[in-house]
Write a protein of this length. Sequence first.
Length: 122
Amino acid sequence: MQWTVQALLAAFFLLAGYGHATMPIAELAKSAPWAADIPVALMRFIGIAEMTGALGLVLPAATRIAPSLMWVAAVGLCLIMLLAVLFHMWRREPFIIQVVIAAVAAFVAWRRFTWHRRGAST
């Protein structure tokens, strides 16, 4: 189950990040109106951070290079979502999706951290 949740989380952030990093802002604003209200550079940075985090959830185990660091990627993605919660609260917009995704990322971080502390193999 751990890998399923982790893979779904990575897929979510890879797709969301790709959209945030590459889509024209006018097109992105059709589904995410807040996108038109932040600087383009910030939107692109968020997208790149999301894609990097997604890769950090799967590449360490896939390549067997530093798999003990997967929890760091999950913590980073959780932080991105917690900041998104604050942003949407400030704008008085719904933020339940961001809370759920932050909770999933926190779950993955916790499971991977405890896995690392036990010295388990991938």
